[in-house]
Design a protein around this ligand. Structure first.
Ligand SMILES: [Zn+2]
Length: 314
């Protein structure tokens, strides 16, 4: 974007060794084009500036003096539907029921793609069916034992296409945005060792509510007692995951937000992310952790604070 602001009319990126290794995966993603919300907020796609990515051997050509490239670019645009699925459970307290705890998880995966072991269906059981079923279990518990505050369940669309569902919800909220007291987002919670998990949003600079961070940790200590990996909040972490899931648009508005995950695995974004490979006892523990946190938030006398000095690194 800075290059476009400075007047670039086209951008050519030449792969280095690392980008060259990622070529096949990226090619698979980019041949579907890019996605955005039509006329939407925080629009990041500028279709007027073509970006070309060349193999690393193109570097030789560019370093040998001036080069002319002739390219015929055809830009096509078409609408592609997605939905946020929203459920609401009313609170019991006459005053606090006008405030909302929001559970978040995405419902999209990758559809049909390049086959691995003759299977081209990208089931998305962990990413993110695991969170969707945990949200349904949490919803069932809140129906049975309603909290003082109301609870919203937002199963977001098109997260994998650029957090589109959560960006849409935060700009077209179904309840007043200031009435959302906290966001508990989950992304992949059904894999890896049963004793360990990760949480994002509890460490500086991503911690935007000391109260919510305490509730998340207390809920873990009282319930599943996971050994927690909190390193994903480090600005130096290579995954940059804090910027890749649906809590982000809420956090940017100053709403206390955290993300639960059981972290990555070799089957991530492949047809092997299927139901047979889910660790169900682990998934149950993660759902329990989300419920214990949510129960605290939805019944607390005071809503979780929003840290005043919260500032994201990008
Ligand atoms: Zn995901």
């Amino acid at each position: 974007m800075p290059l476009i602001k400075r007047g670039a009319i086209a951008i050519i990126i030449v792969a280095d060794d690392i980008a060259e290794q990622a070529w096949d995966d990226a090619n698979e993603n980019f041949k579907r084009g890019t996605f955005d919300i039509e006329g939407g907020p925080n629009s990041t796609v500028n279709t007027k500036v073509p970006v070309l990515w060349l193999h690393k051997n193109a570097k030789n050509v560019f370093t040998n003096g001036s080069v002319n490239i002739e390219a015929n670019l055809i830009v096509e645009k078409y609408p592609y539907p997605s939905v946020n699925i929203i459920g609401k459970i009313a609170g019991t307290d006459p005053t606090l029921k006008s405030e909302y705890l929001l559970y978040s998880g995405h419902q999209d995966a990758h559809g049909i793609r390049n086959a691995i072991n003759n299977d081209s269906t990208y089931y998305g059981a962990d990413d993110n069916g695991s969170v969707d079923v945990a949200m349904l279990a949490n919803a069932r518990a809140f129906v049975k034992y309603p909290a003082k505050r109301s609870v919203l369940f937002v199963i977001q669309g098109a997260e994998e296409r650029g957090l589109l569902g959560s960006r849409y919800f935060t700009s077209h909220p179904t309840v007043p945005i200031t009435s959302i007291v906290a966001v508990l987002n989950g992304d992949m919670i059904g894999r890896n060792h049963i004793d360990s998990a990760a949480v994002l949003g509890t460490q500086i600079p991503h911690r935007n509510s000391d109260d919510l961070a305490k509730m998340v940790n207390d809920a873990n200590n009282e319930g599943p007692k996971f050994k927690l990996d909190t390193t994903y909040d480090k600005v130096t972490h290579l995954e940059g995951w804090y910027f890749r899931s649906d809590h982000l648009p809420y956090a940017r508005l100053g709403i206390p937000a955290i993300m639960y995950t059981s972290l990555l695995h070799d089957d991530y974004h492949t047809p092997l992310d299927n139901a047979e490979n889910i660790n169900y006892p682990k998934l149950k523990k993660m759902a329990d952790w989300m419920y214990r946190t949510g129960y605290k938030v939805a019944n607390a006398a005071k809503r979780p604070n929003a840290n005043k000095n919260f500032k994201l690194e990008r």
